[in-house]
Write a protein that binds this ligand. Structure first.
Ligand SMILES: Cc1cc2nc3c(=O)[nH]c(=O)nc-3n(C[C@H](O)[C@H](O)[C@H](O)COP(=O)(O)OP(=O)(O)OC[C@H]3O[C@@H](n4cnc5c(N)ncnc54)[C@H](O)[C@@H]3O)c2cc1C
Length: 400
């Protein structure tokens, strides 16, 4: 097999993106004695001490177990239990239960963990791992190819050849584009405001999502009488809320959330995100695979982006290492095709369901309002959405 110029050794895997998904993948591959180089554009200090970005990640039991098995240790006191997830429509008080802890030893359907806590724990876990090399502060500019290998070219003109290149660089993945993999990218035009609040009444460990006209409001229960508010808003509404003082914001949030948890007070800073969702049409090409948000970047209404990202890691590792044995050449097209088939099949229903839900609930026209009531009514009977979400909450990685 021809070697790369300069006699540079070929790695088994290069992962672009040391986000939580890329880090977890690196750990799982290194545990199989595969050599991994992990590259991230962010500087080392930003990755080692990630700032609080306001995101609360809903972890399923399967995700929690997967992180623990990979050596990513999330302290128990950093996890807030979720007992029930509910969905409401408009001003109507009746909602539907999407998922609920069933008892019988199961006291929760999942747990909420701050995103920066996961990132820090995952970054700590890769330190000193024998087979993992970390390259920080470097951006991937181009991909090269040889017989039996691909290479990434970095912005300092260096290059790293590997049997397999994995893009874990987020929903606007540059590596995906460099590999020529097309994606549907949908900028919803909406904004996502996130803020932790203290409140007077207990949240009873219930998450709720509530669609009123152009707004999508969600409440994620945290430790004690605190919660994370996640608001999907049109830009003018987001700007209006951002301009308010902390006191005025708290009063407006109390009003918007209809005093459901009583009077609120700001607990933390306000975070503002553009709302873009994406899905790659193909997950693999010649010795390149997409994982995490680079494969599918779901609407936060599903609260499952990271769970689905971890499921992509598990499916890729399983496809590359049948019978728990690392194959000699991890970039073999047949193995990548297995991964693509399994993951695509698992994410498509969630992608379409979340798109349909957001379209339906974001549309304020009377026919859509009526349709929403019908969907909620029908869902109470047939519960297709309930099934879908409950299935994922129970553990997306348990499914192929
Ligand atoms: C407000 C908000 C709330 C959310 N809530 C939830 C939730 O409740 N539950 C849930 O499961 N998910 C949630 N998500 C989604 C979740 O945060 C993502 O699914 C998860 O972060 C994806 O991880 P990742 O590692 O794939 O990508 P990212 O976290 O985006 O990491 C990508 C990494 O790649 C690096 N990078 C980018 N470009 C390059 C390049 N060219 N070269 C080198 N490195 C590069 C970046 O520096 C970064 O470190 C939420 C998202 C948002 C925005």
């Amino acid at each position: 097999m021809p070697q790369p110029a300069g006699g540079i050794a070929i790695k088994d895997v290069v992962i672009v993106g040391a986000g939580p998904v890329g880090l977890c993948l690196a750990l799982e591959l290194a545990a199989l004695d595969l050599s991994v180089t992990l590259i991230d554009a962010a500087p080392y200090t930003a990755l080692a001490s990630p700032g609080d970005d306001g995101r609360e990640i809903a972890l399923t039991h399967a995700s929690r177990e997967q992180l623990a098995a990979a050596g990513i240790d999330i302290p128990a006191d950093q996890m807030a239990p979720i007992r029930e997830a509910r969905l409401y429509n408009g001003d109507r008080p009746r909602g539907m239960t999407l998922a609920r802890a069933r008892g019988e030893g199961q006291d929760r359907i999942g747990q909420l963990v701050a995103n920066h806590v996961i990132r820090r724990a995952a970054f700590e876990a890769v330190q000193g791992v024998e087979h993992i090399e970390l390259v920080t502060g470097r951006r991937v500019n181009a991909l090269g190819a040889g017989a039996g290998w691909r290479s990434v070219w970095l912005d300092d003109q260096s290059h790293i050849p590997a049997r397999l290149v994995v893009a874990a660089d987020g929903r606007l993945s540059a590596t995906r584009r460099l590999a020529g993999l097309s994606a549907q990218i949908h900028d919803t035009g909406q904004r996502l405001l996130v803020r932790r609040m203290a409140h007077a009444l207990p949240h009873r460990e219930v998450t709720w999502s509530w669609f009123t006209g152009e707004r999508g409001l969600a409440l994620l229960p945290l430790a004690g009488d605190t919660a994370s508010l996640v608001m999907t808003l049109p830009p003018h509404d987001a700007e209006r809320l951002k301009a308010l003082s902390s006191e005025a914001f708290a009063a407006e949030a109390t009003r918007l959330y209809q005093r459901s948890v009583g009077e609120m007070h700001c607990h933390d800073a306000l975070h503002d995100y553009p709302l873009t969702v994406s899905r790659a049409e193909h997950l693999v090409t010649d010795r390149v695979a997409l994982v995490g948000d680079a494969a599918v970047g779901l609407h936060p209404v599903t609260a499952h982006g990271f769970n689905v990202g971890l499921a992509s890691v598990r499916r890729l590792v399983e496809a590359l290492t049948p019978h728990d044995q690392a194959v000699e050449d991890v970039g073999m097209p047949a193995r990548l095709a297995v991964y693509a088939r399994h993951h695509q099949r698992a994410i498509l229903p969630l992608w379409h369901a979340s798109r349909a839900l957001v379209t339906l609930y974001g549309d304020t026209r009377p026919p859509s309002r009526l349709m929403r009531h019908l969907v909620l009514g029908a869902a109470r009977q047939a519960a297709p959405l309930q099934w879908l979400l409950e299935d994922y909450l129970a553990g997306p990685s348990s499914r192929r």
